[in-house]
Ligand binder design. Structure first.
Ligand SMILES: NC(=O)c1ccc[n+]([C@@H]2O[C@H](COP(=O)([O-])OP(=O)(O)OC[C@H]3O[C@@H](n4cnc5c(N)ncnc54)[C@H](O)[C@@H]3O)[C@@H](O)[C@H]2O)c1
Length: 316
């Protein structure tokens, strides 16, 4: 049985991933790591152990790892792209100095480590369509710079010390559970909230701007599946392209209008978000993830839209 620590467990991904991991490995085997400004609530708090675990504090991480005999760390602590651009030094401290702490603890205590990268690790010189697994990564944002560094540092610890590091480059993630934390792709989540509330949506991303997106259940599957994958099959490690769908604002609007024909949207483009989006791929190629650990998404835009509208209607 695995003993797992999720760092950054109260964020958009962590709040759902922790519950998914508890359902697979048992509640007592999955520790919710949080910082005091983002305490776990409700089911997340009640269903299993939780501990303060600041990624910038290596001793704190080591203490939790020892206390619970942890063998796998999901390190989700980060500032997302828009937030990071406003606080670049803090983004580096959490994303890279924090990762270094996690990797050192993992090296000393024999833990496997999952630290997500992002489509934000690509830049304007990257081939924008069917972006290959191995390609140019020269991002212009601090978020992207820290993600490329995450990938390299994670591979370094694998190659030099044999630490079992693995990760994926997440696309924009869409969920009805926890709102997104300040990223460039947040609009693709927010638009469903507006549709269900019967409000007009003001879109910060311009028409014709395509980006990869994924429904949260598929993202959670990817985390678990990759960490369970046979290491002998892994040619790559940090990080795998994974894809499910690519759309622009008009595409998601049309998908929602099939079920809510009265729904309206107008554009007020946010220059920072648009600049990020313009430097990211239109669609990435995930053939290596499919070949090396059988990655396959289950939701496309239409099936995600049906599920989002239904689940959000129940929640709101
Ligand atoms: N959500 C997406 O669409 C998306 C897309 C690509 C990549 N990612 C990556 O996935 C990871 C998780 O993203 P998310 O969307 O859940 O982000 P989020 O902003 O919702 O959550 C981040 C979590 O980190 C925690 N945190 C902040 N500072 C910390 C610190 N010093 N120590 C410990 N925890 C700290 C926050 O409290 C929060 O719980 C990040 O690495 C992010 O870059 C997310």
């Amino acid at each position: 049985m695995k003993n797992i620590l999720v760092i950054g467990a109260t964020g958009q991904i962590g709040s759902e991933l922790t519950m998914r991991l508890r359902s697979i490995y048992g509640n007592e085997h999955v520790v919710c790591g949080y910082i005091p400004s983002a305490k776990p609530q409700g089911e997340l708090r009640e269903s299993g152990p939780y501990e303060i675990c600041d990624v910038t504090n290596g001793e704190q991480i080591a203490a939790v790892v020892l206390k619970y005999n942890i063998d796998t760390i999901y390190n989700l602590a980060a500032l997302l792209s828009v937030v990071a651009e406003g606080r670049p030094q803090l983004a580096w401290k959490i994303g890279i100095d924090g990762l270094w702490n996690v990797l050192e603890v993992a090296r000393e205590h024999g833990c496997a480590v999952f630290t997500p990268s992002s489509i934000g690790s690509f830049g304007p010189e990257t081939p924008a369509d069917h972006t290959p697994q191995d390609t140019i990564q020269r991002p212009r944002t601090i978020y992207g710079v820290s993600k490329v560094t995450t990938e390299l540092l994670s591979d370094y610890y694998h190659n030099k010390y044999g630490v079992d590091t693995r990760s994926v480059r997440f696309p924009g993630l869409i969920s009805y559970v926890t709102p997104p934390g300040g990223g460039t792709t947040d609009y693709a989540c927010d638009i469903y909230y507006s549709a269900v509330r019967g409000e007009k949506f003001v879109c910060p991303i311009g028409k014709g701007t395509y980006m990869d997106m994924m429904y949260m259940p598929d993202a959670l599957n990817a985390c678990v599946q990759l960490m369970e994958a046979d290491p002998a099959r892994l040619i790559h490690r940090n990080s795998f392209n994974i894809a499910a769908m690519s759309f622009d604002p008009e595409g998601v609007l049309a998908a929602i209008r099939k079920y809510k024909p009265e729904f309206e949207m107008e554009y007020q483009v946010d220059p920072l978000k648009q600049a990020n989006a313009d430097s990211w791929p239109n669609s990435i190629d995930d053939i290596c993830a499919r070949q090396e650990w059988d990655w396959k998404p289950t939701f496309d835009l239409d099936s995600m839209t049906v599920d989002m509208l239904e689940k959000l209607s129940q929640r709101l």
